[in-house]
Ligand binder design. Structure first.
Ligand code: EPU
Length: 337
C-alpha cells in the first residue's frame, strides 16, 4: 500500500481541476482497501472513482482512496441472460465495449459515458432512454465503519432520475466494490425510439440495428454534442433537468410555448435545462478559462486552467439568471466539493 502526500488530482477528475489530496492511496485489491480503512492516517476519508461527476473547488484535507479494483466475471447464466460481476474500478465505456464484443445487450445506449462502474449506481447514470437501473441486478458495498460487506438489490438502491440511496440515506457510508449486471445474450430489447438515435441510424440506412450499430450511433451523437474530457475538461451535464409541477408547467408554457418538455406524470414535467441555459444567453460563453460548451449548454467546460471556484461561480451565475428569466431553479447534477 503506497501512501502519497499532497497529490495533485488533476489527472483524476474529468474537469481537470488542479486540487491536491492531503493523502492518496490507489486501491487495487480488497485487502488493500481493508488495510487503508484500518490505517489511521487521517480521520476523514474521500472516495474517488472515475472523477467524472465532481467539481473540486478546494484541496481535500482527507485520505483519498482511489478505487482501482479491476475484473469482470460471469457469475450466472440462463438461456436468455448473463449475470456479470464487475469490479468498481473498471472504466464504464470499456465495460460497454466488452459487452458489445461479447454480444451482451442492455447498456449499448450508455456508450461513452465517462466514469467508472462503481460510481454508476450512485447517480443512476442514464442516456437515450436507458438508465443503469434497467440492467442493475445488485452491488456489494463495504461499510466504512463496520468494514462489513452489504449486498444492495435493485429495489434496495431506490433508483430515481440521477438519484439513488447512495446520494441520500447512506450517503458517504459505503464504498461500492462491485456491481452485478443482468444483460441479455439474445433477443436484445433494442431501445431506439429516441429521436436522435433514429435519425443517426436512418442516416446510415440501418433498419434493423444490432447492439453494435446502436452503440456506434450513440457514440456519434455524443461526440457531436458533448466534449471529450481528455481534450476539454468537463463533467457531462452540469445541471439536472428540472422537474416542475403541473401548475408551474401551465404558467411556464403560456409564457414560453416554444419550450421543449417531457411529460413525466399527470402532475410533473421535465424541462431541458440546456434549453433554459441557452435561452438565458450562456451557450458558448467564456469567463476566463471557465465556459459553457458551444454545442450543449448543459455542459460547463474548463478551457485549461480554470479553478473549481471559477466554474462554480459561473454555475451560480447561470442558476440565478435562469431563475430570473423563467422562475425555475436548476440544481447541479455534479457533486460540488
Ligand atoms: N437543448 C437546447 N440547447 C442546448 C441543449 C439542449 O435547446 O444547448 C434542448 C433541445 O431542445 C433538446 C433538449 O434540450 O431537444 C434535450 O437535449 P438532449 O437530448 O441533448 O438531452 P439533455 O436533456 O440535454 C440528457 C442527459 C444527458 C444524456 C441525454 C441523452 C441530464 C441532466 N442529461 O441531456 O446525460 O446524455 O439526455 O439522453 O439528464 C450526463 O448526465 O452527463 C449526460 C450527458
Amino acid at each position: 500500500m503506497q501512501i502519497e502526500k499532497n497529490k495533485s488530482l488533476k489527472e483524476f477528475n474529468t474537469f481537470g481541476i488542479d486540487c491536491a489530496a492531503k493523502y492518496f492511496i490507489s486501491i487495487s485489491s480488497q485487502d488493500e482497501l481493508l488495510d487503508a480503512l484500518r490505517s489511521e492516517i487521517h480521520s476523514k476519508l474521500f472516495i474517488l472513482g472515475g472523477g467524472s461527476n465532481m467539481l473540486l473547488t478546494k484541496d481535500i484535507d482527507a485520505l483519498v482512496l482511489h478505487i482501482n479494483l479491476k475484473g469482470i466475471e460471469v457469475v450466472n447464466e440462463t438461456n436468455h441472460h448473463v449475470f456479470l460481476k464487475v469490479n468498481a474500478g473498471e472504466n464504464w465505456h470499456e465495460f460497454v465495449q466488452y459487452c458489445i464484443n461479447n454480444d451482451f445487450g442492455g447498456i449499448e445506449n450508455l456508450s461513452l459515458i465517462p466514469g467508472n462502474v462503481g460510481t454508476a449506481p450512485i447517480q443512476n447514470i442514464g442516456a437515450y432512454g436507458v438508465e443503469l437501473k434497467d440492467v442493475f441486478e445488485s452491488c456489494s458495498a463495504l461499510h466504512l465503519e463496520t468494514l462489513k460487506n452489504k449486498e444492495f438489490s435493485n429495489s434496495d438502491c431506490k433508483f430515481g432520475y440521477r438519484n439513488s440511496i447512495f446520494k441520500n440515506e447512506v450517503k458517504g457510508k459505503y464504498i461500492i466494490t462491485d456491481v452485478t449486471f443482468k444483460l441479455t445474450k439474445n433477443e436484445h430489447a433494442k431501445r431506439i425510439s429516441y429521436g436522435a438515435i433514429k435519425n443517426e441510424l436512418a442516416a446510415h440506412n440501418i433498419e434493423d440495428p444490432n447492439i453494435s450499430d446502436i452503440s456506434k450511433a450513440v457514440i456519434a451523437i455524443r461526440e457531436s454534442k458533448l466534449p471529450d474530457p481528455k481534450k476539454l475538461g468537463n463533467s457531462g451535464s452540469f445541471f439536472k433537468n428540472p422537474i416542475i409541477s403541473l401548475s408551474e408547467f401551465n404558467s411556464f408554457t403560456e409564457q414560453f410555448p416554444e419550450a421543449p418538455f417531457y411529460k413525466i406524470s399527470e402532475t410533473s414535467y421535465k424541462i431541458p435545462a440546456g434549453w433554459l441555459i441557452e435561452q438565458s444567453g450562456f451557450k458558448g460563453t467564456q469567463f476566463g478559462d471557465a465556459g459553457v460548451h458551444k454545442n450543449q449548454a448543459l455542459v460547463l467546460v474548463n478551457y485549461g486552467n480554470a479553478t473549481g471556484e471559477e466554474i462554480w461561480n459561473l454555475a451560480l451565475k447561470i442558476q440565478s439568471k435562469v431563475k430570473k428569466d423563467f422562475n425555475i431553479t436548476i440544481e447541479p447534477e455534479v457533486n460540488v466539493i
